[in-house]
Design a protein around this ligand. Sequence first.
Ligand code: ZN
Length: 503
Amino acid sequence: MFGDRHTPKSGRAPLLHGWQPYSRSVIDVEATTYFLVRQALGTGKVPAPQAGKALAVVGDAAPFEGELQRDVLLCPLSAANATALRARLPWLNPQPLGLAKSAGCGDRLGLATPGHVRAVRAAGGKVPAPQAGIAPIWAQQSMRENARTGRTPQQVIDDAMWGLFQEGWREPWGADADHLKTTADVDLCAAAGYTFYTVDPGDHVDNEAHTASLEVLEGKVQRLPWDVLEDSPDGLRARYLDCRSEVEGLSIEFSPVILARAAAKYGRAIAHTVRMYRHLAARVHDFELEMSVDETETPTSVEEHWFIASELGRLGVRWVSLAPRYVGSFAKGVDYIGSLAEFEAQFAQHAAIARASGPYKLSLHSGSDKFSVYPIVARHTRGLVHLKTAGTSYLEALRAVAGTDPGLFRDILTLAREHYEVDRATYHISAQLSKVPAPAAVSDAELPGLLDEFDARQVLHVTFGSVLDLLGVRLLAALKADEEAYYARLEAHFRRHLAPFMD
Ligand code: ZN
């Protein structure tokens, strides 16, 4: 899409003493050649994801900072060099992906993007055709994850960018600022160039309303922020009561109690989303929005989904995807827990509403490893779907290390068991520590298999912050010592995620 002069010429990478080129990265643009290299020998302890790698520039290298080796400028993978490279190679900038079927590949370590790229390529990933391939979101991280990994929103984008550059990805890709709760979060991510903003108004959802009586609900409705909602309780009732909507054979009707429950439960969340959207629209020219209430306690009914979409639309919000709280449990890193029949019945209705009210995509958060629901989701969304994964890439890193460095994996497991009860606090998970074996009780050969056990997976999943704090340097060094092993595991694992969506 960028023309012939951008066609990579892999023969152009010159020989560099002590460095090996990544052949897929080599690209020649306007008489300047760019490619990524890694140190040929072991790099010992590496403190950062991109240490031991460099950008090589031959030709017009003026905006880059580095050291000359013959006629090649070897540049550290710094923020300044990332910015300079994005200015030269425009496809290294994230961009909005619209309604294309998409997958978000969160990466807590900053090393996984090459594996993600290989999986999406293998699945036939290209945009913009909405029904074919998968549009990738290579950078995706919530503020909570940034706090735990010690990375900034900018580093998350830069790490993903170096990964896709390494693999020679030249198609559009997105960057998801996930689970934003405040306008300050928005500002940080806008400065870093994110394109996809996931607004999480979950703190403003009134879960009590789920079971409250009509009398209590009406009191709650009275106290909603009607100024932000540009409405009144009477106006609300006039719009929703005594009228019926037909959506693909599904009839949506609001009784006084259903309406009061929807408004009481989600009214403040809608107001918060409107505030966040307007803040964003005033600062970022080209962006797309997701509204997400997936991390709340009570499921979003079909009427409530309709209500949220209608109200956001009335208030001028535009969005490309929405994540209701579905029935059942989407626990981190393990398959769906709940009745698949009940999930399918409701999901089909949510998908119909997303088509009729938007269209927009239905978003599947905590979408890692939900192998039993993917066929249902793919069938009913008909391509209007966004799949979010994050922690599963970290778990595949641990699986790789369990094979290549059993001693390190045992230390990680010991630490995870010690920190689980504290670290689990902000997650919806149910693992029991008593079901996770002590490292001494497991042979080396059995260690990778722990990544297939429900309780061990969850315990390892939610303790990543503690592990990165205390063992992060060793973990990164082990992965980088055999990065192809990690990429291969990621590719295989993500192909299983994407295959159900490719039919
Ligand atoms: Zn989420």
